[in-house]
Design a protein around this ligand. Structure first.
Ligand code: NZQ
Ligand code: ZN
Length: 392
């Protein structure tokens, strides 16, 4: 087991009607002037935003609503949010929505606490992030895990880069998680979420450290839970049991627990981010598109690991490791198909790409030669290109 620090300070209020305590939580974390960050309108349509606003008014909190965080949230929009937060002298940023609203809120919190620094400099490592502002979350989709994660992902539309920032200051102060709020989701978004939740654990499970008994056991239990309840949620998104299991798995999958003591890989996420920034596709769909190709490309780095996934998660009985490994990859990709998720470029709806585009994509993933990705198998330009060719 490798050494680790586990720091997950977010207070979680989980269950039916938990959002009624939003104003109380804001006060608890010192908020009195709140910038409320939302996405493209789902929280208005569901009536959630009106309920939150009513609660803020009754509690005597000053607030403004900042709308318009898009899926694959844009840097320019977060910068605009920083200006709004500074103008209203916000002291707490409240995201009401999914990963896109939450990551925008995180960016705004960093920017408003550091008005002399352009926030992209934090994402690029050009400026150290040493202080921020509290972020609260009312979650409406089980997927990105941003409600407790140490990460925030923004897309810089000027250079087409979609980049994550990993930092403890990204952990929200509190997260309100009412599974009933996810029952208005379109089926496609439920499926995207299931894939993303699985991938946050798979991207940790596949790593070069294989003697983490508890961590691996937790990862396998989480994957079995998501697979089973993903099926139930796909059949009926008003199934409270399924939606609550998915919501809790979404947080646990990305708060670090399922990878403790290991060396996380996250290569599929990096391959997917390039698809999202280039074609503006949903994050979960980008991941199901590349995972099978990533697995084929990396299989020889550890057939026994794939075989263990097959036996412990998919219940496979093959004794030969390579046969079990191949069957595990098939089972995972088949499950994505069963959910209606894309498993190659044409199913993603972006068409077959020519070789020059694939090369350009591989170059972008390596930041033009400045980095490799992954740890299970370290991938440079050639391995990345091989994976994209397989997914094409
Ligand atoms: O924008 P609105 O109108 O709210 O609609 C959203 C959006 O269209 C809709 N939606 C959300 N809750 C709903 C709902 N529709 C009806 N009823 C509800 N209850 O669903 C769509 C997707 O929303 P979004 O916030 O984009 O989803 P998600 O939570 O999947 O977030 C995706 C973003 O998070 C990033 C992704 O890359 C992507 O940019 N990630 C963030 C991570 C993190 N911060 O730790 C880790 C992840 O790996 C991921 O990269
Ligand atoms: Zn993800």
């Amino acid at each position: 087991m490798r050494d680790f620090t586990y720091y997950v300070p977010t207070e979680i209020l989980f269950g039916r009607g938990a959002e009624a305590d939003t104003a109380k939580e804001i006060r608890k974390f010192g908020g009195s002037r709140v910038l409320v960050v939302t996405g493209g309108g789902s929280v208005e349509r569901s009536g959630l935003l009106a309920r939150i606003e009513q609660g803020l008014k009754e509690a005597g909190l000053a607030y403004e609503v900042f709308r318009g965080a898009k899926p694959n949230p844009r840097l320019s929009h977060a910068r605009e949010g920083v200006r709004r937060a500074l103008e209203m002298r916000a002291d707490l940023i409240l995201a009401v929505g999914g990963g896109s609203a939450i990551d925008t809120a995180k960016g705004i919190a960093h920017g408003a606490a550091n008005p002399d620094t352009d926030i992209w400099d934090f994402w690029c490592g050009n400026a150290p992030l040493t202080r921020s502002m509290p972020v609260g979350v009312v979650l409406t989709i089980s997927a990105a895990g941003s409600e407790t994660s140490n990460s925030a992902v923004l897309t810089n539309e000027e250079n087409g880069q979609k980049r994550g920032l990993g930092h403890d200051l990204n952990r929200p102060a509190f997260a309100i998680m009412d599974p009933e709020l996810t029952m208005t989701l379109p089926a496609y978004q439920v499926a995207c979420g299931v894939v993303d939740i699985m991938m946050h654990t798979l991207d940790r499970y596949f790593n070069p450290v294989w003697d983490n008994d508890l961590t691996d056991g937790i990862a396998e239990a989480l994957l079995r839970t998501v697979i089973q309840n993903g099926r139930r949620a796909a059949a009926d998104k008003t199934d409270y049991h399924a939606m609550s299991e998915l919501m809790w798995c979404g947080s646990v999958s990305h708060n670090g627990l399922t990878g403790l003591g290991g060396k996380q890989d996250f290569a599929p996420h990096q391959l997917g981010h390039e698809l999202s920034s280039r074609f503006d596709v949903a994050h979960g769909a980008s991941l199901s598109t590349v995972w099978g190709a990533w697995a084929e490309t990396c299989l020889q780095a550890g057939p026994a690991r794939f075989a263990r996934l097959g036996r412990e998660v998919w219940g496979l009985r093959e004794e030969d490791d390579l046969a079990a490994a191949r069957a595990a990859i098939r089972a995972t990709v088949d499950y994505f198909r069963e959910l209606g998720m894309p498993t190659c470029f044409s199913e993603l709806g972006v068409g077959v790409q020519d070789e020059a585009t694939l090369c350009e994509m591989a170059d972008c993933v390596t930041y033009h030669g400045a980095r490799t990705i992954g740890s299970f198998r370290v991938m440079g330009r050639e391995e990345i290109l091989a994976a994209y060719r397989l997914a094409n």
